[in-house]
Design a protein around this ligand. Structure first.
Ligand SMILES: [Fe+2]
Ligand SMILES: [Fe+2]
Length: 274
């Protein structure tokens, strides 16, 4: 299988592609091609073309969660495809996600459902694990089991006029039971990196985890969670840890020190063969 980073906060290759705070991955697996997240503002379309990827071949679009930096490119993608396309997401993907810092603002889906449906998106709700193709699973809602993964305290929603922590139930990942073990593709890992990986093992019944790619959300977490998460990753015997996006530079540097050659910073333009 191959994963190409179409959009990330940074650009890692000498190509005229654009960085955007956000994430979009092109996933090729057993003849299937799908787009996992769409980035923030539509650079995904031109970046894909410059990377030699034909987005028109996408069989499906999977959204990891409703945050604007993963969903905002959907309009441009749908316009470019010019046809109907299945879009898989958790039923709470349109919930009114907000963040308190660095500025208090709405950070949810920047498009309304009717708009993307008019452009051809056919929404498929995924709350439970779904085997989209043989061996490739959409996580659905991830059970929160660890005590130390507490969620990002800056993220909140209004419920009955009250400000409450954002449960981000829509946070979803992709689990691939590949020949060498499990490959986990993260959007932003709001459900908790360890919760997600343990859920992937349960869902696929594959214990060996060979690769973890995408946004780990370890950048903003406290020292206790960071240490526990890194210890957990170290115990996995990973072949590849390709972190990016909400991992942040400070944590990425630490992961690079811990994992050595097995760590890759997956900036836009990176192609990961697994
Ligand atoms: Fe994100
Ligand atoms: Fe997010």
């Amino acid at each position: 299988m191959r994963v190409t980073v179409l959009v990330e906060n940074t650009v890692g290759r000498t190509l005229p592609i654009s960085g955007e705070h956000g994430l979009s991955l092109w996933v090729e697996y057993e003849g299937h091609k799908l787009l996992f997240d769409t980035g923030q503002r539509g650079a995904v379309v031109t970046n894909a073309a410059l990377l030699g990827i034909d987005l028109r071949q996408a069989e499906a679009i999977v959204l990891s969660h409703g945050h604007y930096d993963h969903t905002g490119g959907l309009r441009r993608v749908c316009e470019y495809l010019g046809r109907s396309v299945p879009v898989y997401a958790h039923p709470e993907v349109f919930s009114a996600h907000r963040v308190s810092s660095p500025a208090d603002k709405y950070v949810g889906f920047p498009l309304v459902r009717e708009e993307i449906e008019d452009l051809g998106a056919v929404l498929n709700w995924v709350a439970e694990p779904l085997e989209l193709y043989p061996g490739l699973w959409l996580s659905g809602e991830v059970p929160r089991r660890t005590a130390f993964e507490k969620g990002d305290p800056r993220m909140y929603v209004y419920r009955n006029g009250e400000r409450v922590p954002d449960p981000l139930k829509d946070d979803s990942s992709i689990y691939i039971a590949a020949a060498d073990g499990l490959v986990v593709l993260l959007g932003c890992a709001h459900a908790g990196l360890v919760n997600i990986i343990e859920h992937a093992r349960t869902v696929t019944a594959v214990n060996k985890v060979t690769a973890v790619l995408g946004g780990t959300h370890l950048g903003p977490v406290d020292a206790v969670q960071l240490d526990a998460s890194i210890s957990f990753l170290e115990a996995l015997d990973l072949s590849l840890l390709a972190a990016n996006h909400c991992t942040g530079q400070r944590v990425a540097a630490r992961l690079a020190a811990v994992f050595g050659e097995r760590f890759r910073f997956a900036a836009a333009g990176e192609v990961l063969e697994i």
